[in-house]
Design a binder for this molecule. Structure first.
Ligand SMILES: NC(=O)c1ccc[n+]([C@@H]2O[C@H](COP(=O)([O-])OP(=O)(O)OC[C@H]3O[C@@H](n4cnc5c(N)ncnc54)[C@H](O)[C@@H]3O)[C@@H](O)[C@H]2O)c1
Ligand SMILES: [Zn+2]
Length: 356
């Protein structure tokens, strides 16, 4: 019998619990008790709704439940899609007591959260993440938003959920490639602040890939604890929250240069973490450990071939932003990081293949 575990995100009057367990959808968790008003709108997509919407409804007995299924995919993370949610809220006569519930991966969570932040200047929001990435990363912390044709996540708001419900059984239907992509953020959590967790991941990667429910729940729990602690210390990313961007300066550049969707975010971050470890000047044995763990998680250890000038443009290192030195999250060791603008320029040039 697996236990349900609860982690608190300590944000004062905006504090909320993250509940992690098996069978929470389908009657294992009284979601209705967390819906303040009479009605709610479940926002999902056309892949996840057929799999889990009915099970989610079982926990909402006694409430008026409306649902909307968005088209699946990052390409639909737009203002137009968000508008369709707002239209639905208006049509159902939603008021300030209405709760928006996101059922899906990070795309659904980000759009639904932004709609909840905007409707009547903010209504209650509950996250029910169904990808590993959403469970360990995007559902916790209150960043919501949509993309603009000129850039990812350019439009959005901070809006903390009231509750995050993580049913680990939902991972059973997640494609392998998406599971692996989520593991990149899990590895990141170990690498930036917990050497014991990093070593645990090395020992348990085969069980994670085999989707051992107890081991998955343990990893999700530890990663949520880390994310919750960082967010509680720095909700709006004035300082420590930036450490969660380890591997992301390179990763975002890979995503940008390859066209979004070609490389999944987690895949780009995986290769980006190894580049950041190299930029840190970590010793060869530690770079090797990180590389082996990333490879064991089924993730790429090398970036795609990108011309140096494109790397620089994509990282914001080109002439346009000269003078504003880029900040990187670097490692002191595996499990300890710092943010700095004082990196080794020669090492960076070598990493992006610039002729020296
Ligand atoms: N708000 C934040 O703090 C934050 C942090 C990280 C990432 N993000 C955002 O999250 C998004 C990526 O999230 P993602 O990786 O979850 O991608 P996603 O939401 O696109 O989900 C990946 C795919 O898996 C499908 N899926 C979801 N759950 C499933 C399940 N249980 N079984 C089968 N298929 C399932 C989805 O329909 C989709 O096709 C990006 O838009 C990114 O910007 C936000
Ligand atoms: Zn990320």
């Amino acid at each position: 019998m697996l236990q349900t575990r609860t982690i608190q995100v300590a944000l004062g009057e905006r504090a909320y619990p993250i509940v992690i367990g098996r069978g929470l959808l389908g009657g294992g968790f009284d979601l209705a008790a967390h819906v303040a008003g009479a009605d709610c709108l479940v926002v999902s997509n056309d892949t996840v709704a057929p799999l889990y919407l009915e099970r989610l409804r079982e926990g909402l007995a006694g409430k008026e439940v409306e649902s909307i299924a968005l088209p699946d995919g990052e390409a639909h993370k737009t203002l137009a899609t968000m508008q369709s949610i707002l239209d639905r809220l208006v049509a159902m006569g939603a008021n300030r007591d209405t709760t928006v519930i996101a059922l899906g991966g990070g795309v659904v969570g980000d759009i639904a959260g932004f709609a909840a932040a905007s409707y009547m200047r903010g209504v209650d929001f509950i996250q029910v993440p169904t990808t590993l990435l959403a469970q360990v990363d995007s559902s916790v912390g209150g960043k919501t938003g949509v993309n603009h044709p000129q850039g990812k996540n350019l439009i959005g708001a901070f809006h903390q959920p009231r509750l995050v419900v993580i049913d680990t059984d939902t991972l059973n239907t997640l494609p392998d490639r998406e599971l692996h992509a989520g593991l990149a953020e899990v590895i990141k959590h170990g690498a930036i602040c917990d050497p014991t967790y990093f070593a645990w991941l090395e020992a348990n990667m085969p069980a994670l890939l085999a989707r051992d429910p107890a081991v998955l729940a343990q990893a999700i729990g530890r990663s949520c604890e880390i994310k919750a602690e960082v967010v509680a210390a720095d909700e709006r990313e004035g300082g420590r929250r930036a450490t969660l961007n380890f591997g992301h300066t390179f990763g975002h550049a890979i995503e940008r240069c390859q066209g979004y969707g070609e490389w999944l975010h987690g895949e780009a971050v995986a290769a980006g973490m190894i580049m950041a470890a190299r930029l840190s000047g970590l010793d060869a044995a530690d770079i090797d450990r990180l590389t082996r763990l990333v490879a064991a998680a089924g993730l790429p250890v090398e970036p795609p071939s990108i011309p140096a000038a494109e790397w620089r443009a994509a990282m914001g290192l080109d002439k346009k932003v000269q003078g504003k030195r880029l900040r990187f999250v670097l490692l002191k060791s595996l499990g300890e990081c710092y943010v700095t603008a004082d990196y080794d320029a020669g090492r960076l040039a070598a990493l992006i293949g610039e002729a020296g």
